[in-house]
Design a protein around this ligand. Structure first.
Ligand code: AMP
Ligand code: MG
Length: 494
């Protein structure tokens, strides 16, 4: 048996050394493969034909570097909960290199939890406990299946060693695949070096890699800001449309590619409430559900600050130009959000009053603590047959509110041109039946941690990666937690 073969082409490693530090993963005593994403590996051109589980575990634990890897830790800084931390960098992640996928897209391949790097904080171990690895695997692959831009999970392995957090836990490594791991914080880091040439080098690299059309604009760096802003407006609108709470939207956790990055304390809301927060460290609710678009805009303002010297030599001119882009963020976000929410309600022809209809609905969902996912999922039945609304009505504490809103919605539907049968089908294709609900994720983690039983993990993974299908054989996977199953706090696991 031989190690998997990667068609590496490592462009980041060819950048100047200020961007990263070379380092190697630590060895694991007895690596064991939990999960390998064959479909993703295929699309990345990774050849595993002659690799058994043991050789996959060797590479994806970091025990052996595959041929052509040029492993390094990326440098970045970031605002964490609003405070600038001038040096963060990959403290527990090691980039193996890049491959160009079947669609011609360059992808980073990174190990997370494979030991210390030159950026690890003193006293930290660079490791990852099993729980957060399983959580990231489940949630990132669910997001992908939901059509939301995200980093992917290629492999998960156990290391055979213990990681000490509040209590000793099994250690694990996740292999993450990303359009790139360049963050707002990467720009902040280069800007702090006070070396305009290197900053421009990063900007040019990002333009070439992610936004090649920007090269042809009069002001490519302003266009870069506009492109990142557009991607983030779209991304956060998509999060909001499925009840996803990232939980730790620090500038070092926001990509410039527009992919969701860093699945730490993230969670999906069960009962709808705009102020929902799960993360144990987010005591002020800075990253609550409803704050996400505002935080994204705040982060983009930090990106804009770093780009000012590239946008115009005259700082006042640069500020004016950047401000115009930032002012466009909310209207763009609102437009993306409205589009996504209209689709959830089966509306295709935009009307002026749609936002009001949606606001009334969300108010009612919050008042009655209605399960966000189930409500939208069951709605297709009502769209097909207005009489078939018992399941939806039962989600409300007082069905009168539902009936009132439903009448407005039914009238609105009458002005649509799509036939009712098609409408139901289209609604089923945008309103998932299964999301990685917190209590199911916890259940999968508990079984793996306590008993080494990965069956619940694999079962949940199969369900959340086929999210629009109602799991007839396991209907309970659609349901919100019972009172005694609720998970109200999530943790970073760092
Ligand atoms: P995160 O919460 O994953 O965004 O991480 C924030 C920063 O802390 C990053 O620079 C990480 O590399 C670093 N970090 C988190 N956990 C660890 C760990 N176990 N060992 C070393 N560095 C870590
Ligand atoms: Mg991070």
């Amino acid at each position: 048996m031989s190690l998997p073969r990667f068609p590496f082409d490592n462009s980041y490693a060819r950048l100047p050394e200020v961007f990263f530090r070379r380092c190697e993963p630590k060895s694991a005593s007895t690596p064991g493969l939990i999960c390998f994403n064959h479909a993703l590996a295929d699309s990345l051109g990774i050849d595993v034909k002659h690799s058994d589980e043991a050789s996959l575990a060797e590479v994806f634990s970091g025990n052996q570097l595959p041929e052509g890897a040029d492993s390094l830790a990326m440098a970045y800084c970031g605002h964490q909960f609003g405070n600038l931390v001038p040096l963060l960098g990959d403290g527990r992640a090691i980039l193996l290199g890049e491959v160009v996928d079947a669609y011609g897209k360059r992808r980073d391949i990174q190990l997370k939890g494979a030991g210390k790097t030159p950026f690890s904080r003193p006293g930290s171990d660079g490791l990852a406990p099993l729980g957060p690895v399983l959580r990231e695997y489940l949630v990132s692959e669910a997001m992908y299946a939901l059509g939301i831009p995200t980093t992917r999970a290629l492999a998960a392995v156990t290391t055979g060693e213990q990681v000490v957090r509040e209590y000793p836990q099994p250690g694990a490594v996740i292999t993450r695949v990303a359009a790139s791991h360049i963050r707002v914080g990467t720009f902040q880091y280069l800007a702090l070096q006070d070396d305009r040439d290197q900053l421009q080098r990063l900007a040019d690299y990002v333009i070439a890699r992610h936004f090649p059309n920007a090269m042809f604009e009069d002001n490519p760096y302003l266009e870069l800001l506009r492109c990142v802003s557009e991607r983030q407006a779209s991304l956060v609108a998509q999060w909001m449309s499925i009840g996803f709470i990232h939980g730790v939207m620090n500038t070092d956790n926001m990509t410039v590619s527009g992919e969701t990055l860093d699945y730490g304390p993230c969670a999906f809301m069960d009962a709808y409430h705009p102020e929902t927060v799960f993360s144990s460290i987010d005591v002020q609710g800075r990253y609550s559900f409803e704050n996400q678009p505002y935080v994204a805009r705040w982060n983009l303002a930090r990106l804009a600050e770093t780009l000012l010297p590239l946008i115009d030599e005259d700082q006042d001119v640069a500020i004016e130009k950047a401000k115009a882009v930032l002012e466009d963020f909310m209207p763009r976000y609102d437009a993306f959000w409205l589009d996504a929410m209209r689709a959830k309600l089966g509306l295709e022809n935009p009307e002026e009053d749609d936002a009001t209809l949606l606001e009334a609905l969300l108010q009612s969902l919050a008042d009655h603590r209605v399960d966000f996912t189930l409500f939208f999922r069951y709605l297709y039945r009502v769209a097909e047959d207005p009489g078939d609304d018992a399941e939806v009505a039962a989600l409300f504490r007082d069905a009168n509110d539902w009936h009132q809103w439903s009448q407005r919605w039914q009238q609105r539907l009458q002005r649509e041109s799509v036939p009712a049968v098609d409408r139901g089908e289209r609604m089923r294709a945008v309103n998932p039946a299964v999301i990685p609900r917190n209590h199911r994720v916890e259940e999968a983690i508990r079984a793996a941690e306590d008993k080494g039983d990965f069956e619940p993990f694999h079962r949940l993974l199969a369900m959340v990666t086929d999210p629009y299908r109602e799991p007839g054989e396991h209907p309970e996977y659609m349901q919100p937690p019972a009172a005694n199953e609720q998970v109200v706090r999530t943790f970073c696991g760092t």
